[in-house]
Ligand binder design. Structure first.
Ligand SMILES: C[S@@+](CC[C@H](N)C(=O)[O-])C[C@H]1O[C@@H](n2cnc3c(N)ncnc32)[C@H](O)[C@@H]1O
Ligand SMILES: Nc1nc2[nH]cc(C(=O)O)c2c(=O)[nH]1
Ligand code: SF4
Ligand SMILES: [Mg+2]
Length: 210
């Protein structure tokens, strides 16, 4: 049981249910190959059946942690901080990013965009999900669109989503990990036919790093 005081702090984004934090190499998308410190915030009710971090979904099992403490720790490791989850936009990200920005850190977010965008971000990776679509406001702000391809219909979904982002947004198709052997050849063909798309792989899984 958490106290009402802690609940109010979480509500205000001054504390966040912290699942894990780790220094690694960004494995996916535009910044792949670049060292970054990851902050994984618990809580998500989007419910992707193939989600590779289902342990993150239940916010109650992750300890509410002061954002000041998260920031102080993150600053020791990297000047690029990736906030992921769970779905980080479940929570008000403003206190966390203002702390990170006050230390001149680069703020990146991995999000489904299913909830209102909060926080100040240098890089927004939008990975839309069919079962809970992004809010309209996030599309023009996304720097990269990363659509997970689990089956053929996901190419149609990817085109629908690409029609909503800005012309400068970088477009990625990323195979869902468990079906990668089947989907990679289809993604390769697709990208060669329509080179506005690029391939994104979960390279950290090939490198055996977090
Ligand atoms: C675990 S999610 C957390 C952030 C946010 N909830 C989201 O979905 O964008 C981080 C990234 O991993 C992707 N992802 C999750 N499970 C995956 C899987 N099985 N295969 C490929 N990508 C996956 C998501 O689409 C997202 O881009
Ligand atoms: N190395 C590494 N890169 C990543 N890029 C996005 C990730 C995520 O889970 O949000 C992730 C992750 O979990 N590990
Ligand atoms: S939105 Fe992200 S964290 Fe939530 S279930 Fe889907 S992939 Fe997992
Ligand atoms: Mg991951």
């Amino acid at each position: 049981m958490v106290s009402e005081e802690v609940m109010a702090m979480v509500e205000a984004g001054k504390m966040l249910p912290l699942m894990e934090e780790f220094y690694t190499i960004q494995g996916e998308g535009f910044h792949k190959g670049t060292a970054a410190y990851f902050i994984r915030v618990g809580g998500c009710d989007v419910g992707c059946h193939w989600c590779d971090v289902k342990e993150s979904w239940d916010a109650n099992i992750h300890p509410p942690t002061h954002v000041d403490e998260i920031v102080q720790n993150a600053a020791k490791y990297s000047d690029t901080i990736v906030v992921t989850g769970g779905e980080p936009l479940t929570w008000d990200m403003a206190p966390l990013t203002s702390g990170l920005k006050s230390r001149n850190l680069q703020t990146h977010i991995e999000t489904s965009g299913a909830y209102d965008l909060t926080g100040e971000w240098d890089w927004i990776c939008l990975s839309p999900k069919k079962n809970k679509l992004p809010v309209q406001e996030i599309y023009p702000l996304a720097h990269e669109l990363k659509v997970i391809v689990y089956n053929k219909h996901d190419f149609i979904f990817a085109e629908e989503q690409a029609a909503k982002v800005s012309k400068d947004c970088i477009l990625y198709l990323q195979p869902e990990w468990s079906v990668r052997d089947k989907m990679i050849p289809m993604i390769v063909d697709y990208v060669m036919k329509d080179p506005k798309w690029k391939v994104s792989l979960q390279t950290h899984k090939y490198l055996n790093i977090p």
